[in-house]
Design a protein around this ligand. Structure first.
Ligand code: TXA
Ligand code: MG
Length: 354
């Protein structure tokens, strides 16, 4: 069924309207500091079901419940460990999602049938205001149709959901651009299930040793990831995307060769470069993702760039790798998924292996 989607600038009036829609079981997209979220009342399984239907999301992929204050947590979870308490103290409100044992009030329709629930307190003032106006427990996945890059602008949400949700609140481009770090705090040693802006080092400074879900470190799909959503194909652009890794000079040379080869075959070839390297590439579809001096400029533009290449209708994309100091793991996790793990490795000059 087609419904009318209203897009409004996020301000007091429109946020109040969003709250009313959420309270009667409707869907509203809104900005957070990470990506735009597609919200519904997380304590109402019929409302949550609408999210799955609109996104085309597999029903075993659980949703994150967004709250605005620490007290609200006690309503939806049954146990909070000391380490969880410390992490919340340090990083909430902010881009950190924690996994807890769920209380009875949380429907399985929100948790994909799991006994645990993912909870996040966002820091974006519009997100906080919407969650509050909507009743205080808003389930919100990233506001993209399943498999597409997550939305970092209201326009991206419009592309995916026009005619399918009741409202989009426009709060401008987001700050971080990658989804929150997810940490399972139901076990003695916390485990990172999805890397994000809050890095392992930042977490370890607060609670000591933190593990990383093995599935994140291995390329094969033999180990199922603990966050169900991490197993699905994600973010894939329409074009064939490959990452080219190696010494910078060699990467530039090889990408230029590949662009030339593609053009000779009549293909449109895109390049994901940086502010530092963009002038060194040939071709019509060279785009800068940001500067290596500013990691957030890279994370912020990744998903938008993948969408832009879809619009440009390129056949192939070659990307530099972005193993930056703090967010490198999170950025490369998303880029690798978008590339279906296709990497062209160029040997280091002093690499002795034959
Ligand atoms: O930054 C974010 O987290 C954004 C904004 C909107 O808050 N939301 C977001 O939600 O990225 P979504 O649904 O796109 O990703 C949620 C991830 C999925 O991989 C899901 O499998 C995992 O969280 N997840 C949710 N509940 C879980 C649970 N109980 N146990 C393990 N993983 C869980
Ligand atoms: Mg998502």
């Amino acid at each position: 069924m087609k419904i009318e989607t209203i897009v409004e600038k996020a301000e007091a009036d429109s946020i109040r309207k969003a709250g009313e829609i959420l309270k009667r079981g409707g869907l509203v997209a809104f900005p957070t500091e990470t990506v735009y979220g597609l919200g519904a009342n997380g304590l109402d399984s019929e409302a949550a079901a609408k999210i799955y239907a609109a996104k085309g999301r597999p029903s075993d992929n659980p949703l994150i419940i967004h709250i605005t204050n620490r007290k609200a947590l006690d309503t939806i979870v049954t146990r909070v460990s000391d380490k969880a308490e410390k992490l919340m103290e340090a990083f909430w409100p902010g881009p950190l999602t924690l996994i807890f044992p769920k209380s009875e009030i949380v429907p399985y329709g929100t948790t994909g049938g799991l006994e645990t629930v993912a909870v996040r307190m966002p820091s974006h003032p519009i997100a906080l205001a919407v969650v509050e106006a909507g009743g205080g427990y808003i389930a919100a996945p990233s506001a993209n149709t399943s498999g597409k890059p997550s939305p970092t602008r209201a326009e991206h949400v419009w592309e995916d959901f026009c005619g399918r949700i009741e409202m989009i609140l426009d709060g401008g481009p987001v700050d971080i651009g990658l989804e929150s770090t997810i940490v399972d705090v139901t076990t003695d040693t916390p485990v990172i299930l999805r890397p994000g802006y809050i890095s392992r080092e930042m977490l370890e400074e607060v609670v000591g040793p933190v593990e990383i879900d093995r599935a994140l470190l291995l390329d094969d799909s033999k180990v199922p990831p603990k966050a169900p959503g991490m197993k699905y194909k994600h973010y894939a652009p329409n074009a064939d995307l490959k990452i080219v890794e190696g010494p910078e000079e060699d990467v530039i040379k090889e990408i230029n060769r590949l662009v030339e080869e593609g053009s000779q075959n009549g293909e449109k070839v895109g390049v994901i470069a940086t502010e530092e390297t963009k002038e060194l590439y040939k071709g019509e579809f060279v785009r800068s993702i940001g500067s290596r001096q500013d990691e957030l400029s890279i994370s912020r533009h990744l998903f938008g760039l993948l969408r832009e290449f879809n619009e440009l209708g390129v056949d192939r994309i070659y990307s530099e790798a972005f193993d930056t100091p703090k967010m490198g793991q999170a950025i490369m996790n998303r880029l690798m998924k978008a590339a279906g793990h296709q990497v062209i490795w160029l040997k280091e000059k002093n690499d002795e292996t034959v």
